[in-house]
Ligand binder design. Structure first.
Ligand SMILES: Cc1ncc(COP(=O)(O)O)c(C=O)c1O
Length: 400
């Protein structure tokens, strides 16, 4: 760690709550490259944890943010906010007529999605319980800790809000077992991200959707990580046999600024009346301007096609490494949301890769996660794969 980085680390120790364990201090980023305070350049296969879809400082996104910041950086919800209207219109068109509520973070969007589901359940015999899945991740507010069926997220925060029941992902029988006369909805990630990059089996999704129909339940998708093109379609549900009644977006939506959204079928959205939901910064004009620019870039630069080819390139490269390193047990995921399951601690792989200039992150104890910008060039992927290969040789011994 360089002296400058140590100074920052000391400030973290002294003045911040010990929430995170950062590795290096970042100063600047362009495209899929970032530079640290130690003057080292890295290829960023984390993209702000799946946030920077267009890479660091995409000129269109930066320009949209700067222009709006010079005009009207914030507009309270007492007044019409033109950017929020335009973004709502755009997402409505792209989702097939769904209506939006804008918030700031993924957890906040999910929490509002659950509130809307409960509102809907009021007229259905007062049903309120939402089935979520083991290894899922939905955020860190108290209700979303309760929705996240992982003890490491919940421990220490009792009593958690009630109203959630848990089932096993990709196991329809366990969903049936979790159903009760309280159930109002089933909520899932189309690919479990933090839980280990586990894609939903299409037959499982169809089974869940059939159960929802049979028992008059809402199907809720948490697309905080999968949304905005990460898996190769703008919304991950577009490449599944089902369509959720409500879904959430965050992370990549705001091009690096905090922005999230709940999108709901119009008849469900219309249950929401003035005063029921709200948040001061939700739909901030700069964040909405960034989101409109992100959508433009995704379309103009044909990023959904690029995700498919870049995802295939990265996956093939990781599979080639798996062929020579028996410590790699699996490569899985979709598009540019890929996980490499390893025998030992994933964080050791992440640290070794970073030392050589490739940033990746973990998804649970044994999964190394790759979530680069959606526009990462072929040559950056090739370069990063060489670094990962060298890092694995160092860690586990030369593959040859
Ligand atoms: C699927 C999913 N849902 C919700 C969240 C929480 O989002 P936020 O950290 O913006 O509250 C995350 C964050 O990683 C996520 O991956």
């Amino acid at each position: 760690m360089s002296e400058k980085t140590k100074d920052i680390a000391n400030l973290y120790d002294l003045c911040l709550m010990h929430t995170y364990t950062p590795a290096v201090a970042l100063l600047e980023g362009h495209g899929s490259k970032v530079t640290g305070m130690d003057n080292m350049q890295y290829i960023d296969l984390t993209a702000g944890i799946a946030t920077l879809a267009c890479g660091h400082c995409h000129p269109k996104v930066t320009e949209a943010i700067v222009n709006q910041a010079k005009l009207l950086p914030h507009c309270s919800n007492l007044y019409y906010n033109p950017n929020m209207a335009l973004l709502g219109q755009r997402l409505s068109k792209l989702s097939g007529g769904y209506k939006a509520f804008f918030a700031n973070s993924g957890a906040e969007a999910n929490e509002n999605m659950v509130k809307i589901a409960r509102l809907w359940g009021k007229d259905k015999g007062g049903r309120y319980e939402v089935i979520t899945f083991n290894k899922g991740f939905h955020g860190r507010t108290l209700a979303m800790c309760a929705a996240t069926a992982q003890t490491k997220i919940q421990d220490g925060f009792d009593p958690l809000p009630t109203g959630f029941a848990y089932a096993d992902y990709n196991d329809l029988d366990s969903v049936k077992a979790a159903l009760s006369d309280r159930t109002v909805a089933i909520m899932l990630e189309p690919v479990q991200g933090e839980g280990g990059v586990i894609p939903a089996d299409p037959a499982f999704l169809q089974g869940v959707a059939d159960l929802c129909k049979e028992h008059d339940l809402l199907l809720l998708f948490d697309e905080i990580q999968t949304g905005m093109g990460r898996t190769g379609t703008l919304f991950a549900w577009e490449d599944t046999p089902v369509k959720p009644d409500l879904f959430t977006l965050a992370k990549a939506l705001g091009g690096g600024l905090p922005l999230s959204a709940v999108l709901a079928r119009p008849d469900i959205a219309d249950l929401v009346k003035p005063g029921m939901l709200g948040t001061t910064f939700g739909g901030n004009p700069c964040a909405c301007a960034a989101a409109l620019a992100v959508l433009d870039v995704i379309e103009e630069e044909k990023l959904l096609d690029h995700v498919k080819t870049a995802g295939a390139q990265l996956r093939e490269g990781l599979e080639a490494l798996a062929a020579v390193h028996p410590q790699i047990l699996d490569v899985r995921g979709k598009g540019l949301l890929l996980g490499m399951v390893v025998e030992g601690a994933a964080k050791d792989v992440v640290n070794a890769c970073r030392e050589l200039g490739a940033l990746c992150c973990t998804a649970g104890e044994h999964v190394v996660r790759f979530i680069p910008p959606l526009n990462i060039p072929e040559k950056d992927i090739a370069e990063a794969l060489d670094m990962i290969s060298d890092a694995l040789d160092q860690l586990w011994g030369d593959a040859e």
